[in-house]
Design a protein around this ligand. Structure first.
Ligand code: ZN
Length: 343
């Protein structure tokens, strides 16, 4: 009960990539980079296990960015043709690759690191993929001309990838959809349909569960500023949770620590597992176990204990590495506190 997990990413070691930034450049290349990614994956697993995290990830040590790691294996996405676009409804700008032709998955994107992670941990393993809507929002399109069509094309490729990851022995496939909190009308119009397509044939009583992570973004200045303008109560989840509750996804990962999300909105996810963010990734303050326990206990008023998984608000990639380790330990300690009180 109250098994802990993380949203996905962890900081990379300083010998592998520049630290405390997104899209951090690698510090190795060629064979040394391959070896470095492998070694960093083992360290990431060990850090989670030592901290007491129950359901672990590869820490996303082998990809430069959570969206573009998947895109690198897709034909039709031209990384040579870079376009500067505003993403997340122009919250910030990024230089992104461009879709220039029909999409096709030429090779597995993440089987290599998933296999390494699977071989080196006895814990349950979660693996993250970008969700279709978030992919569409993180690249430029010069071919499809329609976001819904493009999302469905990506959903088919994500489903192929997810099925292969499940066959490797991954226990949970999580689709990251921060864009769901931004394009509320599109979520209903085509976002959920694309997500369902990506998850087809997984979960639903099978051995591999599916999850969706919907957050308010990494703790970077553009996001912190955006959140400050969202008002006293963040009600975005209220619009999308009923549709998610009706989707085929098994688990929903969301942000609760230091957020302005009214906690009763969790009640809209009836029947789903809920990954409750109890660690703030936008703050350098390490939560105390008591603070983590308080967040979990607030959520327990609306989510039954057997469906509640204490988690981080979002990925930890841009955080200081030592700080991330201390936050993981706080997460596990807070969950243990609540278990002790209710047991
Ligand atoms: Zn996130």
């Amino acid at each position: 009960m109250l098994e802990t997990t993380i949203a996905g990413s962890l900081p990379k070691p300083s010998w592998l990539a520049a630290s405390q930034m997104l899209w951090a450049p690698w510090r190795l290349d060629g064979e040394a980079l391959i070896e470095g990614k492998r070694d960093a994956t083992l360290v990431a697993l060990k850090l989670q296990e030592d901290a007491g995290i129950d359901i672990v990830t590869d820490g996303e040590q082998s990809r430069q960015h959570f969206v573009h790691g998947f895109l690198e294996g897709i034909e039709g996405v031209d990384f040579g043709r870079r376009t500067r676009i505003g993403i997340r409804n122009n919250r910030y700008e990024a230089v992104v690759p461009t879709v220039t032709g029909k999409l096709r998955r030429s090779r597995a994107a993440h089987a290599w690191e998933a296999t390494i992670a699977r071989r080196h941990t006895g814990h349950r393993l979660k693996f993250t993929l970008p969700g279709p809507m978030t992919i569409v929002d993180t690249l430029a399109d010069a071919h499809y001309g329609d976001r819904a069509l493009l999302a469905m094309a990506f959903a088919e490729l994500l489903n192929e990838e997810a099925r292969e990851l499940a066959a490797i022995g991954v226990d949970v496939i999580q689709f990251d959809e921060p864009a769901f909190n931004v394009y509320l009308d599109e979520v209903a119009a085509w976002g959920i349909a694309a997500l369902n397509r990506a998850a087809e044939g997984l979960g639903e009583g099978g051995s591999c569960k599916t999850a969706v992570h919907i957050c308010y973004g990494y703790g970077i200045p553009a996001n912190i500023e955006w959140k400050a303008g969202l008002g006293a109560e963040w009600r975005q989840y209220e619009r999308i949770f009923p549709a998610l509750a009706a989707s085929r996804i098994d688990q929903v990962s969301l942000e609760c620590a230091n957020s302005h999300v009214p906690i009763e909105l969790l009640g809209l996810l009836d029947g789903k597992d809920v990954l409750v963010g109890a660690i703030d990734v936008a703050s350098d303050a390490v939560e105390t176990p008591e603070e983590v326990a308080a967040t979990i206990e607030r959520a327990l008023r609306f989510v039954p204990a057997e469906r509640l998984y204490p988690c981080t608000n979002c990925g930890m990639a841009p955080l200081d590495r030592t700080l991330a380790g201390r936050k993981l330990a706080a997460l596990a300690a807070g969950a243990a506190l609540v278990r002790g009180r209710s047991g």
